[in-house]
Design a protein around this ligand. Structure first.
Ligand code: AMP
Ligand code: MG
Length: 326
């Protein structure tokens, strides 16, 4: 089978900074993954306070947005927002609004109401057995982004039907990286990187540098030597793909990303990296473009400047117009 995948790595160049700032680094587990923060601060005390505040903010978002925690706001509204507008907090509203916008723009390729289907696939991957087709159809009938309605002025959500389940796993880490950078900025830390597995966001570059150095490698049979080195500042980069989270069932590899049109885990090998100004957009778009596939995905990206994309699929590495200019 033709495996293709990308690895994101980051490094900082150690030319002597014309500044008193020093680099500090810390890691904490949140949202089912490790969040890593690198920042430049005047001293250890400022850095520790900044780490605490940023990780606390990520923890707060996890408490609100988790689909694993029964008491998360995301899960609670599924029980109470059926048939009538229900007020929600700013964080949940921001993430749902970005998700619904992306759902509209992609004809539903990105869909946070897929929760019931995603749950069946999670179980299927663990048991290495395909979901029951009747159960999948029933779960699909409880999904669909058109059944979720937001009212911006009142900051409410309404769900059309009982038994709906939301899953913002395709967009929340990018948002958390944005929000952590915002907290750091309010504390006077303007030069930082927040990384949550494939989702990274950056504020100003390290002192004396033009950006945070990011390497995107394509390990693909047909394109083994492709490497893209980017210098990013006040931007975000996200990779979605079928690397470690998919599962092989009956000789077929199914991704953890689901095509809402079929209710099936993706079986095409595709890895998508998106660079965008904000993590919430880079994260959501990388998942969405994986579902759309190379052709439709690229035309979506080309219409969403300044976002840029690198897609690796079927032994081919495809760069969007703006990716070539990064
Ligand atoms: P990512 O790693 O950012 O591409 O996100 C993958 C996660 O997004 C999955 O683990 C699911 O929680 C969720 N997801 C899967 N399929 C979709 C989809 N079509 N639209 C939105 N979210 C999805
Ligand atoms: Mg994503």
């Amino acid at each position: 089978m033709n495996q293709s995948f990308l690895i994101l790595f980051f490094a900082f160049l150690s030319t002597a900074p014309a500044t008193d700032l020093r680099m500090f680094e810390a890691v904490e587990p949140h949202m089912g993954t490790l969040f890593r923060i690198k920042l430049y601060a005047a001293d250890g005390q400022q850095a520790s306070a900044a780490f605490r505040a940023a990780f606390d903010r990520i923890g707060e978002l996890d408490t609100t947005l988790s689909d694993y925690k029964p008491e998360s706001e995301l899960n609670r509204i599924c029980g109470i927002a059926v048939g009538h507008p229900t007020p929600i907090g700013e964080d949940l509203y921001r993430v749902l609004a970005a998700s619904q916008k992306l759902a509209e723009e992609t004809g539903g390729a990105f869909d946070v109401t897929l929760g019931p289907v995603i749950r069946l696939w999670r179980e299927a991957r663990t048991r290495r057995k395909l979901p029951d087709s009747v159960a999948l159809r029933e779960a699909g009938a409880r999904s669909g982004y058109r059944k979720l309605h937001l009212n911006q002025a009142a900051r409410t959500v309404t769900l059309d039907q009982a038994g709906m389940q939301l899953d913002v796993g395709g967009i929340a880490k990018g948002d958390a990286a944005d929000q952590a950078l915002a907290v750091l900025g309010r504390l006077g830390i303007h030069c930082a990187l927040v990384a949550a597995s494939g989702d990274l966001a950056f504020s100003d570059p390290p002192p004396g540098e033009r950006g945070w150095k990011i390497g995107v490698d394509s390990f693909d049979r047909a394109d083994a030597n492709f490497t893209s080195v980017l210098y990013l500042r006040n931007a975000a980069v996200s990779t979605s793909g079928d690397t470690e989270q998919g599962a092989e069932i009956g000789g077929v590899r199914y991704s953890h990303i689901i095509d809402p049109a079929t209710g099936m885990g993706l079986t095409r090998r595709i890895t998508v990296t998106i660079v965008a100004p904000r993590g919430i957009d880079a994260d959501g778009m990388s998942t969405a473009v994986s579902v759309l596939g190379a052709e439709r995905g690229m035309s979506f990206v080309e219409q969403h400047a300044p976002a840029a994309a690198l897609v690796v699929t079927n032994g081919k590495t495809i760069q969007s117009r703006l990716w070539k200019k990064l």
